[in-house]
Structure formats: structure tokens, C-alpha cells
Ligand binder design. Structure first.
Ligand SMILES: NC(=O)c1ccc[n+]([C@@H]2O[C@H](COP(=O)([O-])OP(=O)(O)OC[C@H]3O[C@@H](n4cnc5c(N)ncnc54)[C@H](O)[C@@H]3O)[C@@H](O)[C@H]2O)c1
Ligand SMILES: [Zn+2]
Length: 346
């Protein structure tokens, strides 16, 4: 049975999940924004729950905040049979999942992602963790939520940039799996953001991810398909943090997708027309590529340090065609620079 439910009656689904888990106590983790915009939607089902509110923002995804939450759980008598509901974006679900996975070696947790990125990326797939010593997601654990409950109503209060950030991951899922879904995804009207249509696309997206994660939770093989766009994308994201001007994850991934499509084109003869089509889509919505050739060396260094590499080699996931994923591809430094040139010059 699927681990996720896409619904427009989240209150009802939540009540069913809480009942089925027979939790002795229910805790809800929110940040300032989800406390204001999202909690009221589910509050009728959570009258007896203990609400834990943290500050919004990636700096909060730290071991210090995890300690604060563990303290509250201990003080309020949480047990292994208690339930933690993570109601928020990737910060809340990564942090809350990590806290739950480690509390008494694991208490129940349910994710209710409230950002599009959370739905398609952070809240599904079992990766949890916190940032440490300036490094993203340096401490963490694989732990799967009992359920992931998804309701597109939450996106009504999400700003356009955060919608776009999640949408990049939807383009990625379509690219690694299904050319019809890719066409539908590129043709969806992001400006009007029709929620019913979005829910249909999301169901297909999540199924793609779930099928992959089910076979390879710990990323030894097949799961590397989900890294498409991320080897270069993470370098953009890290550089933006270093420069004090953080880029949203999905923006970095969208540019990473273009770079890795270009590498797929020169190494595996990926269809040039599709590369141009996705480049045009990216320019229309995500703006101009923000880096210059002065930053190439640093970007390359960051790619070398990605925690998914082994033996000092960068492991790329590339595509021979839509849905035909090739993992562990080796690419030269010159080819990486050529891909970055492609982003700058087109
Ligand atoms: N575990 C994974 O596999 C995985 C994958 C990708 C990203 N991540 C992590 O996820 C985090 C990024 O996630 P994110 O983009 O959701 O960030 P986020 O949780 O910081 O949310 C973005 C902003 O939107 C606000 N917000 C959330 N829901 C809202 C709503 N419905 N209406 C209005 N505002 C709302 C938040 O308070 C925050 O200010 C990063 O820490 C990243 O490392 C994890
Ligand atoms: Zn991602």
C-alpha cells in the first residue's frame, strides 16, 4: 500500500491515521508560518495535541533545535508509542523526522508537507536530518514516515518562488521516468496554478519516486536516478550559501537539470530538442543563470565534495533519453565547464 495519500479531506485522513496508530500522545511540529497558515486546517483533529513551534528558515534545521524538541518530548512524557506530526516544509519534515527517528530509537511520525518541494522531495523518501558545522544535512538517518498526507489546499498561501522550487523536482521526476508526463508537466500553466490538475500530476510524480525508493531506500543503485540534476544543482546551492545569498533548492536543481541534460547530450546523445525546450521553460520561469566563469573552479570543487561520490570521482546520473537513466557516469572537468558555458551562453 502506498505510503502517501493525496486528498482534499486531510482532516478525515489524519483522524484515521491517528486512530490506526493508537498513539498515547500526539505532538505537532510547526514553524511560525505553518502555525499561522496550515495548522488551522488540521486543528479540529488535534484538539488534545501538544504543539511545538520553531522558527522558520533553514538555520533552524540544527542539532540545537533537535535538542529543544527532544527536551519537550521528555518533559511531556512522550513514549515510543507517541506520534509526532510534522506539519511544514522540508525544514520541519527533515528535522521532525530526525527527532522522531532517534527519540527512544524511534517513535511514530507522520509528515504533512505544506510546500510543493516538501511534497515531491523532502517529506517522501525517508531521508531525515539536520545541518551541522555549515554543512547541509550532515547528520541524519533514513527513516520512513508512517504516512505522508498531502493536500494541495496548503499551497494557496505559498509564494510563487516556493511553488517554482518544488516544480523543478516534478520536471526531474518526469524526465527520469515518462515522456508523456514530461509533456504534461512542461505544458501545465504555472501562473494559474490549478490545484486539481496539480494534484493529478503530483500523484504520478509521487508514484515514480515511491517505486524507486521502495527498491533502494539507501541509495546503492536505482535511487541514484533521483539525483538527476542534483550533482551540479547541489554545487549551485552550496555556492549560493557561501556567497550569503541562498538559492531555493529547486532553483539550484532546475539549473542543475539543464547542465546535466547538456552532459547527457554530449555523452549519451540525449535529444537536443528536449534540452532546448527545458532550457526555454527554465529561462521563462526561473530567470537568468546567476554565475560567471570566475566561479567554475569553486563549483567544480563543490561537486567533488558531494557526499554521494566515492574514490575522488564525481558520479553523475545522466539520461540517454527520457526514462532511460544511466548511473555512475564519469565526466571530465572540461565537460563540466562546457556544460556551465551552455547555461551562461544560451
Ligand atoms: N529529505 C529530503 O530528501 C530533502 C529533499 C530536498 C530538500 N530537503 C530539505 O528541505 C528544506 C527545504 O524545504 P522547503 O523549500 O519546503 O523549505 P521550508 O521548510 O523552509 O519552507 C519554505 C518557506 O515556506 C514557509 N511555508 C511552509 N509552508 C507554507 C505554506 N503552506 N504557506 C506559506 N508559507 C509556508 C516556511 O515557513 C518557510 O518560510 C531544506 O532544508 C532541504 O535541505 C530535504
Ligand atoms: Zn532535490
Amino acid at each position: 500500500m502506498s505510503n502517501f495519500i493525496v486528498t482534499n479531506k486531510i482532516e478525515k485522513e489524519l483522524a484515521t491515521v491517528i486512530k490506526s496508530l493508537a498513539a498515547d500522545r500526539v505532538f505537532v511540529l510547526v514553524d511560525e508560518n505553518t502555525a499561522e497558515h496550515c495548522l488551522p486546517i488540521v486543528m479540529p483533529e488535534l484538539q488534545d495535541a501538544i504543539i511545538i513551534k520553531i522558527k522558520a528558515g533553514d538555520e533552524t534545521k540544527s542539532i540545537d533545535t533537535a535538542v529543544d524538541i527532544w527536551e519537550i518530548l521528555v518533559d511531556k512524557g512522550a513514549t515510543r508509542s507517541s506520534l509526532l506530526i510534522n506539519l511544514g516544509g522540508g525544514v520541519v519534515t527533515d528535522l521532525g523526522g530526525f527527532v522522531a527517528a532517534t527519540f527512544k530509537r524511534g517513535m511514530h511520525f507522520v509528515n504533512i508537507p505544506t510546500t510543493l518541494l516538501g511534497v515531491v522531495d523532502a517529506a517522501t523518501g525517508g531521508k531525515t536530518g539536520v545541518n551541522f558545522k555549515g554543512l547541509k544535512n550532515e547528520i541524519g538517518a533514513f527513516a520512513t514516515a508512517e504516512k505522508v498526507l498531502i493536500d494541495t489546499r496548503f499551497f494557496k498561501t505559498l509564494d510563487f518562488k516556493n511553488r517554482l522550487s518544488g516544480y523543478a523536482e516534478m520536471v526531474k521526476h518526469a524526465l527520469i521516468a515518462d515522456s508523456i508526463l514530461l509533456e504534461q508537466t512542461l505544458n501545465y500553466d504555472l501562473d494559474s496554478f490549478d490545484m486539481t490538475r496539480l494534484a493529478t500530476l503530483l500523484k504520478q510524480n509521487l508514484q515514480i519516486k515511491e517505486n524507486i525508493v521502495e527498491v533502494d531506500l539507501h541509495e546503492s543503485g536505482l535511487r541514484k536516478a533521483l539525483n538527476f540534476g542534483h550533482t551540479v544543482g547541489h554545487a549551485f546551492e552550496s555556492l549560493s550559501y557561501e556567497m550569503g545569498n541562498p538559492m531555493l533548492h529547486g532553483f539550484a536543481v532546475m539549473w542543475g537539470i539543464i547542465a546535466e541534460l547538456y552532459l547527457s547530450l554530449i555523452k549519451l546523445k540525449f535529444d537536443k530538442k528536449i534540452v532546448s525546450q527545458i532550457l526555454a521553460f527554465t529561462k521563462e520561469y526561473y530567470g537568468a543563470f546567476p554565475y560567471t566563469c570566475k566561479q567554475y573552479d569553486r563549483l567544480y570543487e563543490l561537486m567533488l565534495h558531494d557526499k554521494k561520490n566515492s574514490n575522488g570521482q564525481i558520479n553523475f546520473t545522466l539520461l540517454a533519453s527520457v526514462g532511460d537513466v544511466r548511473i555512475n557516469q564519469k565526466v571530465t572537468k572540461e565537460e563540466v565547464f562546457e556544460a556551465l558555458d551552455y547555461l551562461r551562453e544560451n
